[in-house]
Design a protein around this ligand. Structure first.
Ligand code: CDT
Length: 308
């Protein structure tokens, strides 16, 4: 199969008091809308089942763990998996994962059209900080609540398409897309929760943040000749604004679909995956043009070293 209608299910805000069951009902409504438009894959945001809880400082880990899922699917999400299977729609969504041996990850799963999980990704680029920071306008405690992902950047051949996942801040790092591009990726799905303002720089607002998001998603798509779906959780959540701006991008970097609201909103794009071949066999034919003998610093050095 080389063509597929992809749906991005942007979610509006989810408040602290909202239950998983309430959110799953909204996700199912978007899934049904997607199926009625012929979509066979629905992409949901990062931490889709809850409010973006890393904005809250919690000293008590028993409280922290209430935001995590111990198994997937579970009682709350089973109706989503079952409806997706009945409609024949693959899904991908993010959630906070607590493993049986006590590890905490910011995770995303991918299913096939039978509702079976075929892929899992654990967020590698965790932004923010790990202790309460009184100098910030609000907290972003991902480094406190999650460990860096331990699964690497992988791809799966799912429903005839080579798919890879990344989560939110990963979309700003070219290494993310290139690790997937080197495995022939044709669709990268990326859920996100991006505050509409910068906690450390009050002058940076939504317009610039939306630009940076689009810039990153479009560049990642073009430079790796892949489709990219970047799908937001948006709107005023617990009194804190999250930007929307969900988009689906083609392998030339053009935006095929864009969300207009900061609410639950479905966007769709008809994706012809044969379009990935041109870039992959010409300007971004990695085998012919990459010069890995000069890229050693990428993996041997983390921070900047000025030596001149
Ligand atoms: N969820 C997530 O990764 N959000 C970040 C915000 C960065 S500001 C600490 C993002 O890159 O959108």
């Amino acid at each position: 199969m080389t063509t597929m209608t992809i749906a991005g299910a942007q979610l509006g805000p989810t408040q602290k008091a909202d239950s998983r069951e309430q959110v799953v009902a909204r996700m199912i409504a978007l899934l049904e809308q997607a199926a009625s438009k012929g979509a066979t894959l629905v992409v949901y945001p990062e931490l889709a089942l809850t409010t973006f809880f890393p904005r809250w400082y919690m000293p008590d880990w028993n409280e922290v763990d209430t935001w995590f899922e111990r198994e997937m699917p579970n009682g709350a999400t089973m109706p989503l998996f079952e409806r997706a299977r009945d409609l024949g729609v693959a899904i991908t969504f993010g959630y906070a994962e607590l493993t049986p041996d006590g590890h905490h990850f910011n995770t995303s799963i991918l299913t096939n059209r039978k509702g079976e999980i075929v892929g899992k990704y654990r967020k590698i680029h965790l932004p923010g900080h790990d202790e309460y920071d009184p100098n910030r306008g609000f907290q972003h405690l991902e480094k406190r609540y999650f460990e860096p992902g331990d699964l690497g950047f992988n791809v799966w051949r799912n429903e005839g398409v080579i798919m890879g996942m990344a989560i939110c801040n990963d979309r700003r790092w070219p290494e993310t897309y290139r690790c997937l591009g080197l495995q022939g990726v044709e669709l990268v799905t990326i859920g996100y929760n991006t505050p509409a303002v910068n906690a450390e720089m009050s002058a940076e607002g939504k317009e610039k943040r939306l630009f940076h998001s689009e810039l990153s998603l479009q560049a990642g798509a073009y430079q790796n000749a892949t489709f990219v779906a970047g799908i937001a959780k948006a709107g005023m959540e617990d009194g804190h604004p999250l930007m929307g701006g969900s988009i689906i991008v083609d392998p030339d970097g053009f935006i095929l679909a864009r969300a207009e609201t900061e609410d639950d909103e479905l966007i769709t794009a008809d994706c012809d995956f044969s379009k990935c071949a041109f870039g992959k066999s010409t300007i971004f034919d990695f085998a012919r043009h990459r010069r890995i003998e000069h890229y050693g610093r990428i993996t041997s050095q983390t921070g900047v070293k000025v030596e001149v």
